[in-house]
Design a protein around this ligand. Structure first.
Ligand code: NAD
Ligand code: 6OD
Length: 501
């Protein structure tokens, strides 16, 4: 059936087949193997995705290496910067195509994708072009034992071929967040998009050709993870570094592959983030902020809040207010103005989220709202729809408080003191981010120091300045990207020491 997302996709220039993009050309798999890309809105078939094997990974890595040895490797920074600006401009010129492609794959509301996914997809090229244009280098003069002098200076050189392995929740944004700095630094990339969301990475190939990025600089190999393109790419010895966003468990597997040949990794992984709401918070702003953190993108944001702690004097009022927010999120089609929430990414993920809803019930949660599947019109019943859900009353040992669900749900618990809530927030193997709501500035600073995370938002959530360090502590990641921090991963520093008389 045609949903408004598929109709919109057909109306603009969006591909319905998903070949690889290798050495500047769209190619199917040599094996002819494909897998299905289905709409999360209704389960309808969007198109067939080529499944890459060792042959495609070999070809893509070879193309990337040849680009580094060819014009790309010799291109002056100023020209690279010009091309990255052109990439961003061309994505913006084809905004509606990218929007339709992203929406077809994910089913997310157009209001969300037009506000976050696509603009950020473009901005990721400009910000890192600016960074590389402006980054200084270091020099040291030294006296030599023979009475002469030497000058040391450091130059940044690209690492080489970078494997970029991506998830499905913010496909274009999270892919370009890696490809932008990698290219700015002069590397060539082989991207393995999520099997759930092949569209925008493929479309970006057209943009690369249009603006004149040399062939082989940007390659895309589609496929699955284990024993497929993901594993073949990350274990390929021609890959010099691996940047990965996804589940912590997958990160462990990729780290194993990266250990062969001692390739560096940059990992952005899972989370079980806490939201802390103090009684002195701006109440309405806190409710709005936590509602976004828990439910936006149908809860499929790594920075999302699945554990909410609210100070006791405002606990009941807060639970009631968040319940109203959750219930006001109308599920619906992406381009409808009334739509507040889209579907989950797939039937498989729906099964996972519903299994957690079942565990919460079995472990004795009080269900404040949701807990199941919304009643959708007949033509959308094949979609991956789920209700935004709130629980209270569970002990901290409960499964839905310990494990990342990646759905539109949260547990809310009361707390009394600052020390108590800091301990609760830190009681997790993850350490990606937190969102804290208080009007007490001293408390905000104290808490920001004490919660063991990579990102601490005060009176805000997912507010991004791309020059800042981004990444997780503990099992939420390895390394930081963003601004100059991305240079640490995407370049090697080489010291040049010149002795002169
Ligand atoms: P995932 O780990 O299942 O898959 C991510 C990618 O890895 C996919 O392209 C997949 O094909 C590939 N892959 C899977 N197994 C592999 C293997 N053995 N070798 C190589 N590649 C393999 O993650 P997902 O389900 O796509 O995304 C959701 C997860 O991502 C959540 O845990 C979420 O928290 C996390 N995430 C983290 C961040 C962050 O910035 N920290 C951002 C977005 C998503
Ligand atoms: O904003 C970003 O740069 C970023 N990496 C966001 C990650 C969101 C996770 O789902």
């Amino acid at each position: 059936m045609a949903t408004d997302a598929s109709t919109a996709a057909a109306a603009v220039n969006v591909r319905r087949d998903f070949p690889h993009f290798i050495n500047g050309a769209f190619v199917p798999s040599a094996s002819g193997k494909t897998f299905e890309n289905r709409s999360p809105l209704d389960g309808s078939l969007i198109g067939l995705v080529s499944e890459g094997g060792k042959a495609e990974v070999d070809a893509a890595v070879a193309a990337a290496r040849a680009a580094l040895d060819g014009p790309w490797g010799k291109m002056p920074v100023a020209k690279r910067v010009e091309l990255l600006y052109a990439l961003a401009d061309e994505i913006n010129r084809r905004f509606d195509d990218f929007l339709a492609a992203e929406i077809a794959d994910t089913g997310k509301p157009a209001s969300l994708a037009a506000h976050i996914d696509i603009p950020r997809g473009a901005a990721n090229f400009k910000i890192f072009a600016d960074v590389i244009k402006n980054v200084p280098s270091e020099t040291f003069e030294m006296a030599t034992p023979d009475g002469g002098e030497a000058l040391n200076y450091a130059v940044r050189v690209p690492r080489g071929v970078i494997a970029v392995v991506c998830p499905w929740n913010l496909p274009l944004l999270l892919m370009t967040w890696k490809v932008g700095p990698a290219l700015a630094c002069g590397n060539a990339v082989v991207v393995k998009p999520s099997e759930e969301t092949p569209a925008t990475a493929t479309l970006l190939g057209e943009v690369m050709n249009k603006v004149g990025i040399p062939k082989g600089v940007y390659n895309v190999v589609h496929g699955l993870g284990p024993n497929s393109a993901g594993e073949f790419l990350t274990s390929h010895r021609g890959v010099n570094a691996i940047t990965f966003t996804g589940e912590t468990r997958t990160g462990e597997a990729i780290m194993g592959a990266a250990s062969k040949g001692l390739r560096p990794v940059s990992f952005e992984l899972g989370g079980k983030n806490a939201g802390l709401v103090f009684a002195d918070a701006d109440f309405d702003a806190a409710v709005e902020g936590i509602a976004r953190a828990a439910f936006v993108n149908c809860g499929q944001v790594c920075l999302g809040t699945e554990r909410v702690y609210v100070q006791r004097p405002i606990f009941e009022k807060f639970v009631a207010a968040l319940k109203l927010k959750a219930e006001a999120m109308k599920p619906g089609l992406p381009y409808e103005k009334s739509t507040g929430i889209g579907p989950l990414i797939s039937q498989e993920h729906l099964g996972k989220v519903l299994s957690y809803y079942g565990k919460a019930k079995a472990e004795g949660a009080t269900l404040v709202t949701g807990g199941g599947v919304p009643d959708m019109p007949a033509e959308l019943k094949g979609g991956s729809w789920v209700q935004p859900t709130i629980w209270t009353g569970l002990p901290e040992t409960a499964t839905v408080i310990r494990e990342e669900i990646f759905g539109p749900c949260c547990h809310i618990a009361p707390f009394d003191t600052e020390d108590e809530v800091v301990a609760l927030a830190n009681d997790t193997p993850y350490g990606l981010c937190t969102t804290v709501w208080t009007q007490d500035l001293s408390r905000a600073h104290r808490i920001a120091k004490r919660i063991d995370v990579g990102l601490c938002w005060i009176n805000s959530w997912f507010l991004r300045d791309l020059r800042t360090p981004f990444g997780g502590s503990k099992q939420s990641g390895i390394g930081r990207e963003g601004g100059v921090h991305s240079l640490e991963f995407y370049t090697e520093l080489r010291n040049v020491c010149i002795k002169y008389a």
